[in-house]
Design a protein around this ligand. Structure first.
Ligand SMILES: [Zn+2]
Length: 152
């Protein structure tokens, strides 16, 4: 299969089950970008948009995604950038470099969770519990039932 030189952005609510080659499906609702691997191997590439994963730039016409897309889990192991909707091929990474990249990714994610303010999390849990107790539908229902019983 011929590999595309450009990816045409398509903004969608839901990523379609049939993903066409040469198209870049962007779902803002789910913060996800999906395209078929640019080498033409037919593997679906899912790039989640989060502060720790990929980010998407849209200039009104073309889209860019950073960092680069390394399909290390596919047999093709293709590696490329999507800049202004164009595919810029990048070199293959060695096993060591892939492992290093994965390690860096894990460290980054660990730091992010560690940075969450712990007391705030605890407060949130307490608040949730209280809300749960006060709006308990059981007590509301039993109160109503008692009232109904006195009426009839
Ligand atoms: Zn591929």
């Amino acid at each position: 299969m011929k590999s595309p030189q450009k990816l045409e952005p398509e903004f969608v609510d839901f990523i379609p089950s049939q993903v066409d080659d040469g198209k870049l499906y962007v779902s803002m609702q789910y913060g996800t970008v999906v395209h078929n691997c640019c080498c033409g191997c037919g593997n679906k590439v899912v790039t989640p948009l989060t502060p720790n994963d990929w980010k998407l730039t849209y200039d009104g016409e073309s889209v860019s995604i950073s960092p680069s897309i390394g399909n290390w889990s596919f047999p093709c192991q293709s590696h490329y950038w999507i800049r202004r909707s164009s595919i810029e091929w990048s070199g293959k990474w060695s096993i060591e470099k892939i492992e290093m990249g994965r390690q860096l990714d894990r460290e980054k994610k660990k730091k992010r969770y560690a940075a969450l303010p712990q007391p705030a999390v605890a407060e949130l849990l307490v608040e949730k519990q209280e809300v749960h107790v006060s709006t308990s539908s059981v007590s509301w229902w039993s109160k109503l039932k008692r009232r109904l019983q006195t009426l009839f």
